[in-house]
Write a protein that binds this ligand. Structure first.
Ligand code: GLC
Length: 437
């Protein structure tokens, strides 16, 4: 009898563990499949558009840090007219750059909503000569170009009468649960509008650092967004309740541990439009940074900053177009790829095709006729120049017939195949990549 009970319980135990394991795997697979478009997209465009573009000063921080009195900061409302706002042209340009998603600031820390919010009165419809909802036509234009819609929303709101923090030196209150819960109702109201009115593919929260997950009700925010769209992707700035990491301005120096991540970066040194800031990175530099993100398996979210009338500055258009030429030519080496080889195997960034049979080698330099590749055990099927098709010669050295070492592969790179920004070489292997030492 005892033996029977033992077997019975043993059986139940095994079945339960099998069930739990399969549940975990199911959940994991679900997350992976929900993250797939984002992981494959590689390039997104961030858009910081708000009243701060009128004078051309730091978004929200300029009054928070006391560079300008709040009253004067808010005077910018009168100059935000959106007169030349052409969301279709924005979407066309974004598409041309090779980006697969875009993220618009629907409300920065200054609390000015870019849509017709029923919560609070501080929005561009009520308070600026733009007088209309700017988010709806943006979402439509993106969707018409098959670009995924991302919406940025600042959790903290330094303008809201019930939000505790106002500026670096002035607080509205320390602890006041009634006012805080009023603020929370307002925040949930706006987040629900974002979800219901625009049904975004991605929500990019910001400003979570000022309160805890419990105070924001971060889990409830996530649940709310998921209840409308279970496939929604949320960035990490929701006190632990997001889906992917967001390093800012700093290119990781080694492959991050996060499975999904995105570097957000300005083209010059400002998120919003500042006519005075001419410190633009060159297209070459941006491509280099992008290639490093690809190498480490991450995305780049590159910022543009429209003027108060909605026009995109010429310098930024130029960069987007030049970047577009490069991404378009090299699309097979970019979209849907996996992180590349460990540093040390090749001088420069690289990526792998999803099935690991092609290594894409990026050449951010003139290789003086030849590049070298270490550690690859496979036989090579064929090597060509991406976006050009020219087949390239290769040879294997340091691999005598009696050795099982991987040898050293050299690939000839004639001058005439070099790209004006960065050349990419595809190395097709016989079978999946096998590394040796
Ligand atoms: C920071 C800043 C903000 C900017 C954002 C973009 O968190 O607060 O001004 O919009 O980063 O990543």
């Amino acid at each position: 009898m005892n033996k029977f009970i033992g077997i019975l319980f043993g059986g139940i135990f095994i079945l339960t563990s099998l069930y739990l394991t399969s549940q975990t795997i199911d959940n994991l697979n679900k997350t992976d499949s929900q993250m797939k478009w984002f992981k494959d997209a590689k390039l997104g465009i961030f858009i910081h558009w708000g009243i701060y573009s009128v004078v051309g000063i730091d978004e929200s921080w300029s009054f928070y840090n006391g560079y300008i009195p709040y009253k004067d900061y808010m005077k910018q409302l009168d100059g935000f007219n959106a007169d030349n706002y052409k969301p279709k042209q924005w979407a066309k340009l974004i598409e041309e750059s090779g980006a697969k998603y875009a993220v618009l600031t629907t409300k920065h820390h200054d609390g000015v909503a870019l849509w017709d919010s029923k919560f609070g009165e501080l929005n561009v419809v009520n308070r600026t000569p733009a007088k209309r909802d700017l988010v709806t036509p943006f979402c439509k234009a993106l969707r018409d170009q098959e670009i995924k819609v991302g919406l940025y929303y600042s959790l903290l709101d330094w303008s809201h009468p019930d939000y505790p923090n106002f500026t670096k030196t002035e607080k509205r209150y320390e602890v006041d649960s009634i006012r805080w819960s009023k603020f929370n109702d307002f925040n949930f109201g706006q987040i629900e509008e974002i979800s219901n009115n625009f049904n975004p593919d991605l929500v990019w929260f910001d400003g979570d650092w000022e309160q805890s997950a419990e105070q924001w009700k971060a889990k409830e925010i996530r649940d709310l967004l998921k209840s409308r769209n279970d496939d929604i992707i949320i960035n990490s700035r929701l006190q632990g309740y997001g889906d992917y990491a967001t390093p800012e301005q700093g290119l990781p120096i080694k492959k991050p541990n996060d499975k999904y991540w995105e570097l957000c970066m300005t083209m010059n040194d400002s998120w919003g439009y500042q006519g005075n800031d001419t410190n633009y990175k060159s297209t070459n530099q941006i491509i280099n940074i992008f290639a490093q993100c690809l190498w480490m398996g991450g995305n780049l979210l590159l910022d543009i900053a429209p003027k108060p009338d909605g026009t995109i500055p010429d310098e930024q258009i130029k960069i987007l177009k030049e970047l577009g030429r490069w991404t378009n030519k090299h699309e097979s080496a970019i979209y849907g790829t996996e992180a590349g080889l460990n540093p040390g195997l090749f001088y420069g960034p690289s990526t792998l095709s999803a099935d690991s049979t092609i290594i894409y080698l990026y050449l951010p330099y003139d290789p003086q006729g030849q590049v070298m590749l270490k550690g690859v055990n496979n036989e090579i099927n064929r090597i060509w120049v991406v976006g050009n098709g020219t087949k390239l010669e290769h040879a294997t050295y340091l691999k005598p017939y009696w050795s099982n070492k991987p040898g050293l592969i050299t690939i000839d790179i004639p001058k005439e195949v070099l790209d004006e920004n960065m050349t990419v070489i595809a190395v097709l292997l016989n079978g999946k990549l096998e590394l040796g030492e």
